[in-house]
Design a binder for this molecule. Structure first.
Ligand SMILES: [Zn+2]
Length: 434
């Protein structure tokens, strides 16, 4: 298909536009057969780092944004105009916390009973599925993320089964290889096995758009010895932190429902008396709270924890819908932002969230915290998420960035694009991927 066939598409035909753009997207970023092409995307609203532009054009050349300005501007670069019509053209979404390998558990585990019973059901359910079922779920999860406008994803994985399907997808991906061992005697073996598995998977950069980093599950499931080992290597890159009251009680006093769970798992012999500290403060004493550490949930935190997260440069990855399912409470988003903590958004897995649609996560956060500006929440889902993952080519509609964009179509002209995006009525769709 040639660019000349695109023409000016009428309003409402953006889905066709999306298919068209995918068809003309070059298969690789470089190569002798690589053909330059240029197109101008027109929309009622365009979300940029400087704010929302009304009736604007975004020009992209060979997959890179090369000009942004008012629709019809005679200074715009040459290229066909693709009019996306009523709706909001935005940076592709960045899902900073999900578990693709749990996609097959969609709807299988309820949150009744709270955090510990949910974990127990999760652990019990995983052996009941074949590798083929898990792989099919990963593929469905990737497809759902792409279809709802996600262009970059941080995927927690215990198995690295998502690496190959992610490498074959158009997504930018950080696979967070999650280690888990409460028995300190296992820590050296776990670290050694992880290094071997990482090498077998192709090392930290197994594909051009995929990176693997080593992560920890949580401070109440990873022994202090293993956590220190990860910290010595500059990690962990990500962790579940301060999610439930049971976690806080265990780390503080060394007992409670989580202690009983560990005993039922055959780990009652591991001594742990509690530290008298919050999960955030405890993790910091192990040297494992660092610049860029992706801390998922951050619900059970106080003002001192917020200050510490900000001081260390850690990232709070908020998953409000998962928190609702498990009944753990709400992360204090306004306090995190006031303390200067970078906040990103994640869907968590379909074992605790209803979808991998990150815009629905943004909607949930807005409903939990109506005082947080919608513009701020959309930044968490895009630019801040990209920065949190260390991705510099996506997350913003800006000259020089990748044109990995999303479009949320509106029924008619929209008065406030940010309010529309978090209203629950907006669904983002991919505009182009590369
Ligand atoms: Zn998670």
């Amino acid at each position: 298909m040639s660019v000349a066939r695109s023409g000016q598409l009428n309003r409402g035909s953006w889905q066709l536009t999306c298919r068209f753009l995918l068809e003309i997207t070059p298969a690789g970023a470089t190569g002798a057969s690589h053909r330059l092409w240029s197109v101008k995307l027109a929309a009622d609203w365009v979300i940029t780092p400087a704010g929302a532009l009304a009736r604007a054009w975004v020009s992209e050349r060979d997959g890179i944004i090369d000009w942004i300005g008012p629709a019809g501007d005679r200074h715009a670069p040459p290229g066909e105009v693709v009019d996306l019509g009523h709706g909001v053209l935005m940076p592709g979404l960045v899902n900073a916390h999900c578990h693709l390998e749990l996609t097959h558990l969609a709807g299988a585990i309820g949150g009744e009973g709270g955090f510990v019973p949910w974990v127990e059901k999760l652990v019990a359910s995983r052996p009941g599925f074949t590798d083929a079922e898990v792989d099919a779920g990963i593929s469905r999860g990737i497809a759902e993320a792409i279809a709802t406008g996600t262009v970059a994803i941080a995927d927690i994985s215990n198995t690295l089964r998502s690496v190959l399907p992610l490498a074959a997808s158009p997504l930018r991906a950080i696979v967070l290889f999650e280690l888990l061992a409460w028995d300190p005697a296992a820590s050296e073996k776990v670290l050694g096995d992880a290094a071997r598995r990482l090498a077998e998977a192709g090392g930290p950069r197994p594909a051009p758009r995929v990176e693997i980093r080593i992560a920890a599950h949580a401070p109440h499931s990873v022994s202090p010895e293993l956590m220190r080992g990860l910290a010595r290597a500059g990690g962990p890159a990500a962790i579940h932190l301060a999610e439930s009251r049971e976690e806080s009680a265990f780390l503080s006093a060394g007992a409670g429902d989580w202690g009983a769970f560990l005993e039922r798992r055959g780990l009652g012999h591991v001594g742990f008396d509690g530290t008298g500290r919050s999960p955030v403060a405890y993790l910091d004493t192990l040297g494992a709270l660092n610049r860029g550490t992706l801390c998922a949930h951050c619900v059970q935190i106080d003002s001192e924890d917020c200050r510490l997260l900000a001081e260390r440069g850690a990232v709070a990855v908020l998953c409000p819908r998962s928190n609702r399912t498990l009944g753990v409470g709400r992360a204090p988003v306004a306090d995190l932002l006031a303390a200067g903590v970078t906040c990103a958004l994640g869907t968590d897995s379909l074992a605790s969230a209803p979808s991998l649609d990150l815009l629905q996560e943004a909607t949930a956060l807005q409903r939990d915290w109506p005082q947080v500006p919608a513009e701020r929440i959309i930044a968490m889902a895009t630019a801040d998420g990209a920065r949190a993952l260390g991705l510099t080519d996506v997350g913003a509609i800006a000259v020089g960035r990748s044109a990995a964009l999303a479009f949320a179509a509106g029924p008619s002209r929209i008065a406030d694009p940010y309010a529309f995006l978090v209203s629950g009525d907006a669904t983002a769709a991919p505009v182009a991927h590369r």
